[in-house]
Ligand binder design. Structure first.
Ligand SMILES: Cc1ncc(COP(=O)(O)O)c(C=O)c1O
Length: 412
């Protein structure tokens, strides 16, 4: 096998063989453990955005690795025209921490969104319109993209799937005004991730729930990014005291293994009957073993409590930083889902952090996004915050702004 030993070698081979659909930083990751990754040249980085939110337990969590090894030696894939012992157990765990219902397993977040759209349409019996939010993000497959409230992602892919009505986020009157006799559902991220870490107010969520009840609409919570403990609760809708009818999950759910899920209230779930929906890999034994390992880790390592405790410290330090740094307009989020809105371009800050071996993300051009692993140690979190603080020191900000102006980051 050919070995590529430098960052540039690997980037060159990507340029030659891999479709250029992603904005990539010049970092070739060869190993990950907890909140740390190593590049092909052996440099170590601290990752506050591990796996785009997928590695919520950190990279290579030992229990997830154990589950993969153990299950792979028994059977990796069993088709869905048979049963295996793990799918119902993974589904039961999900129902126990959310609401009484049934689960459909997918392979990704977008597929969970597609499933929800199909479920809502079938449940609507002729009603097919779904109200979605501005700046939302629901994935890149065509219907999920059509549901996404960001025209920049949709350009060039028209005609979009019809039936989505987009309204401002956190605006109950706008939803009320968008209702028609054809409306069947409202789709919401309780905290918009890609849209800039924007938090739905509890009053808004409760109002949407009431509206859905009054008009016989399904409330669909896309918790693909917020779910499985990220915000300090199992799901971000929970502190508001409401329950959605459909809950969409992926990312942290599989601990790194690609798997998604839709939890649907029982009466809603039953509108999908044999032959109406399927995916070849969904709910395979390997994925379900990973879900069970994630649950075990969450419970035994008390990760919800950990997130709640450490996030107080995380937000306190970031808010103190915001007091000192005029470039920071606002710090927002919940638990381990943090947005730092800047008054200018955030990408030079991301680059400057990477130069100091700290990985973070920037979304919407001006919002730095942190999604630390729930297993991060306090010492690692403090080290990451110290790096971020140093990058925000006046000199650094000046120098990164000039770096940013000569080396603009590529966009998809
Ligand atoms: C809220 C939300 N929904 C849906 C998706 C799509 O998930 P996937 O990329 O697994 O298809 C994402 C991905 O970032 C997301 O954040």
């Amino acid at each position: 096998m050919t070995r590529y030993s430098t960052t540039q070698d690997v980037i060159d081979q990507y340029d030659r063989y891999v479709m250029n659909t992603y904005v990539r930083s010049p970092l070739v990751v060869t190993k990950g453990k907890g909140s740390r990754v190593w590049d092909v040249e052996g440099r170590e980085y601290l990752d506050l955005f591990p796996g785009w939110g997928v590695s919520g337990l950190g990279y290579s969590h030992p229990w997830v690795l154990g589950a993969i090894r153990g299950q792979a030696s028994r059977v990796i894939h069993v088709s869905n025209n048979y049963y295996h012992p793990l799918q119902w157990r993974a589904a039961k765990k999900l129902v126990e921490v959310s609401f009484d219902g049934k689960v459909f397993f997918s392979n990704s977040g977008a597929e969970a969104v597609e499933t929800a759209i199909k479920l809502a349409r079938r449940w609507g019996k002729g009603r097919y319109e779904i109200i979605v939010m501005e700046r939302s993000f629901h994935g890149r497959t065509l219907a999920a993209l059509s549901a996404t409230g960001q025209p920049k992602h949709q350009q060039g892919f028209e005609p979009l799937v019809p039936g989505f009505v987009c309204v401002p986020f956190n605006d109950l009157d706008a939803i009320r005004g968008a209702l028609t006799p054809k409306t069947c559902a409202v789709l919401i991220e309780p905290i918009q991730g890609e849209g800039g870490v924007r938090v739905a107010s509890p009053e808004f969520l409760r109002g949407v729930r009431r509206l859905c009840d009054d008009h016989r609409l399904l409330l669909i919570a896309d918790e693909i990014q917020t779910g499985m403990g990220r915000t300090g609760a199992w799901f971000a809708y929970q502190p508001s005291g409401i329950q959605p009818d459909l809950l969409l999950l992926a990312k942290t759910l599989g601990g790194g293994f690609p798997i998604g899920a839709v939890v649907a209230k029982r009466a809603v779930a039953d509108v999908l009957t044999p032959g109406t929906h399927a995916t070849t890999y969904g709910g395979n034994p390997l994925g379900c073993a990973c879900i069970l390992a994630v649950f075990e880790a969450m419970e035994k390592q008390r990760l919800l409590e950990r997130v709640t405790q450490l996030s107080g410290h995380l937000f306190a330090r970031l808010e103190a930083l915001a007091q000192r740094v005029p470039l920071i307009r606002e710090v927002r989020g919940r638990g381990f889902m943090v947005g730092i809105e800047l008054t200018g371009d955030g990408r030079p800050i991301v680059e400057a952090c990477r130069a100091k071996r700290l990985l973070i993300n920037c979304t919407q051009g001006t919002v730095l996004r942190l999604l630390p692993a729930m297993t991060i140690t306090r010492a690692q979190l403090d080290r990451a915050l110290s790096i971020l603080e140093s990058v925000f020191s006046v000199d650094s900000v000046n120098s990164v702004n000039s770096v940013g102006s000569v080396r603009p980051t590529r966009r998809t």
